[in-house]
Design a protein around this ligand. Structure first.
Ligand SMILES: NC(=O)c1ccc[n+]([C@@H]2O[C@H](COP(=O)([O-])OP(=O)(O)OC[C@H]3O[C@@H](n4cnc5c(N)ncnc54)[C@H](O)[C@@H]3O)[C@@H](O)[C@H]2O)c1
Length: 337
């Protein structure tokens, strides 16, 4: 295993996963720069709170900028000349991509191309790209293996992640940089995006408001604790793919039904949910489940947080946030219970 590059550029570092990764890299002794446009997909105030949290792990540089701005991207990469780019900035979320596919394309594909081009021109040796379990689409057999044929993306978001992987792979083939795509499986934990189910449900149940369940409650997700994802990403940053390019699933390999997930939240909160069932949403997959043998073998990836433990910890974090919001000048946490 090689070591983690010392100088790292993280796009999307003010977001949920990026803020955890940035803190871990600072604790590791890296020089970290974050490029993020703090967009309003969810409250930019929450992203400022994330940046403040990162600051507790050490000093870092923040560049306010958009990956769709080619000149700005070139400027930051040229100045920094990082040993690795970790590219997390994206329009995330399956359902909004069904509403607004072009926006997703511009950020996730064109923005990725700008970054890759700058990495080529300023000789960044390694790129780690945040891909998604959604690339497995509607036809892959479970558990999903990295060598599955990926021909049926269920949403525009999934298509942009597939395109991002393909762009990265083509840059490895044409220009010789190292590229690693990480397919994250439904990540949860403190600072989780407010649009994602666990965070949304905890907030609504806390407020005694109904929760909407798409489908009959039997769809299943391979929920993965954010610190497990971070340990996999750190291992990937220290990995040199023998052929220049590689792709890994970072999941938990333990899919949980929607119904079971809600029950676990109810148990952790000591409160019943008001369930409302609605139609299966366009773009959603029925089940996700990672085969993690490859990541275990080559990265030493070992997710260790069970869903029951993770939900208990998430609920504890949400309650702490709520108490802090009531008693101090911590910025408004947009309704977190
Ligand atoms: N959270 C999950 O379950 C999950 C699962 C699979 C893949 N992913 C991928 O992991 C990455 C991080 O996800 P997250 O959940 O932390 O999302 P997030 O929305 O919390 O973080 C993304 C960050 O990127 C920034 N950003 C978006 N567009 C930008 C642009 N044009 N220029 C600069 N910055 C921009 C946002 O402001 C945000 O801070 C994304 O690429 C996402 O697609 C996440």
């Amino acid at each position: 295993m090689h070591s983690i590059p010392k100088v790292v550029l993280i796009t999307g570092g003010a977001g949920f996963i990026g803020s955890h990764l940035a803190s871990a890299l600072l604790r590791h002794g890296c020089k970290v720069t974050i490029l993020d446009n703090l967009n309003d997909f969810y409250s930019p105030e929450l992203k400022k709170v994330n940046l403040a949290e990162i600051g507790r792990a050490g000093d870092f540089d923040f560049v306010f900028g958009d990956i769709c701005d080619r000149a700005a991207v070139r400027d930051v990469v040229a100045r920094l000349r990082p040993g690795a780019l970790v590219h997390l900035a994206a329009r995330a979320g399956v359902r909004p991509s069904v509403e607004n596919p072009v926006l997703y394309y511009e950020t996730n594909v064109t923005g990725t191309a700008h970054l890759l081009e700058a990495c080529r021109d300023f000789e960044v040796p390694k790129v780690v790209f945040a891909s998604s379990s959604s690339v497995y689409g509607t036809r892959s057999a479970t558990p999903f293996r990295e060598d599955a044929l990926l021909l049926s993306p269920a949403s525009p978001y999934a298509a942009t992640k597939l395109a991002g992987e393909a762009m990265l792979h083509s840059f490895v083939n044409c220009y010789g940089l190292q590229g690693i795509a990480l397919r994250f499986f439904t990540v949860y934990g403190p600072r989780q995006r407010p649009d994602l189910a666990i965070n949304k449900f905890v907030r609504l149940i806390g407020n005694s408001a109904p929760i909407q369940l798409f489908g009959d409650g039997n769809s299943a997700r391979d929920y993965t604790w954010v610190e497990d994802i971070v340990s996999g990403a750190l291992a990937a940053m220290a990995y040199a793919p023998p052929n220049g390019y590689d792709v890994f699933n970072l999941g938990n390999s333990q899919p949980i039904s929607l119904e079971r997930m809600v029950t676990l939240i109810e148990e952790a909160m000591g409160k019943r949910a008001i369930r409302q069932y609605t139609n299966h949403a366009a773009g959603d997959m029925m089940v996700t489940c990672a085969d993690i043998a490859k990541a275990q073998g080559l990265l030493g990836y070992r997710p260790s947080t069970t869903i029951a433990e993770g939900i208990r910890r998430f609920v504890g974090w949400a309650l702490e946030q709520s108490a802090a919001t009531l008693t101090s000048s911590v910025p408004d946490l947009a309704g977190v219970v």
